[in-house]
Structure formats: structure tokens, C-alpha cells
Design a protein. Structure first.
Length: 189
């Protein structure tokens, strides 16, 4: 691999690092909480692993889908539901530009496109992981007293595709977000 290819990879890695600096914008409308896109992607990947394992799906594929699903947001930003009413992001163009010239670019591009198309079982599991990550964030805000978060919960629940994700969502909503911190005092869901 030549110096030019390695330079292109270095640029890609610096760009991916921007996800740690870019906020998820919906929290401003919620009125509390904050989260970077990278923080969201990390917990989404953990959820993807859990769901894929429980569903007997291709864990590696789900993890890759989760890892790259928000990559275009380094160029388009995280558009929340209100912003999407008035703004159109060219995610396909951003993705094309991001992956051009990378030795693994076609795979990354294909993963993001698969996630967006939702045509495979693994993509649906990855989307459920994405939604459950939002649900966990909302539950954390509910537990801190933000009653507005309760209004968002039904929208998340209607987007879940797998029975495993729906069952896990119910348990998430019944579980104190800091219960893990107090061993022996947790209530069984």
C-alpha cells in the first residue's frame, strides 16, 4: 500500500473522529441531556451485539452496520426531526465523497446503504439497536426528572421491528437507569 493510500486512510480516520465532537441535536428540543454522535454510535454497537446474539443473526455484520450507520453525519450533521422538515441533507453524496479512494470504501458505503435501505435482517436489527439507544437515553432523562422525554417514548417504540427489541424496550422502561450502580437493591423487572 502506497503513501497516498495511507494518507487517504489517515484523513478518513480523522474525519471519523469528528463524530466525538458533533452533538446529537435532538437533546436541545428535549431540554436536557447531551450526547455526541460517537457516544451514540458506541452504545448502538453494544446494543447491536446484544440483539444480534439474541436473534441468532450475523453479529459481525450487525456490528459493522452499527459502527458506520451515522458516518455521513460528519459532513451532514445530525438532523433532528424538526430540522428534517426544512433541510435536506445529501447523505449519499457525503458517503460517496467519504469513501472514495479508500481500499475498504465500497464496503463502508455498502454498509451505510444497507442500513438505510432496511432490506436485510441485520439492517433491521441494527436499526433496532439505534432506536433502543435513543430509548436508553430517554429513560436516563426520565429518571432525572425530564417529563418531556415521556412524549418521545411512543415514537421510538413504534419503530422497533424485532420482538426481541420490543421485549427489551419494555424492560428498559421498567428499569432504573442507575440501578446497576446499587447492587443488591435492584428490582427484578
Amino acid at each position: 500500500m502506497g503513501a497516498e493510500s495511507l494518507k487517504r486512510i489517515a484523513d478518513f480516520l480523522f474525519e471519523a473522529g469528528m463524530l466525538a465532537k458533533l452533538p446529537r441535536t435532538g437533546f436541545a428540543f428535549l431540554g436536557s441531556g447531551d450526547q455526541s454522535i460517537a457516544e451514540h454510535v458506541h452504545r448502538t454497537a453494544v446494543l447491536g451485539y446484544v440483539l444480534a446474539t439474541l436473534e441468532g443473526a450475523d453479529v459481525g455484520r450487525v456490528l459493522k452496520l452499527c459502527l458506520f450507520h451515522d458516518l455521513p453525519e460528519t459532513r451532514t450533521s445530525d438532523l433532528n426531526n424538526v430540522s428534517k422538515r426544512y433541510t435536506t441533507a445529501d447523505g449519499a453524496r457525503a458517503l460517496e465523497d467519504q469513501t472514495r479512494g479508500l481500499p475498504f470504501g465500497s464496503e463502508v458505503k455498502g454498509l451505510v446503504e444497507e442500513f438505510e435501505a432496511q432490506g436485510t435482517r441485520e439492517a433491521q436489527i441494527a436499526r433496532d439497536a439505534d432506536q433502543l439507544e435513543l430509548l436508553l437515553s430517554l429513560k436516563e432523562q426520565l429518571d432525572l426528572g425530564n417529563k418531556k422525554a415521556e412524549k418521545w417514548v411512543p415514537y421510538v417504540l413504534t419503530r422497533l421491528k424485532t420482538e426481541t427489541a420490543r421485549r427489551l424496550a419494555r424492560v428498559i422502561l421498567e428499569t432504573d437507569s442507575d440501578g446497576w450502580w446499587f447492587p443488591g437493591q435492584q428490582q427484578e423487572p
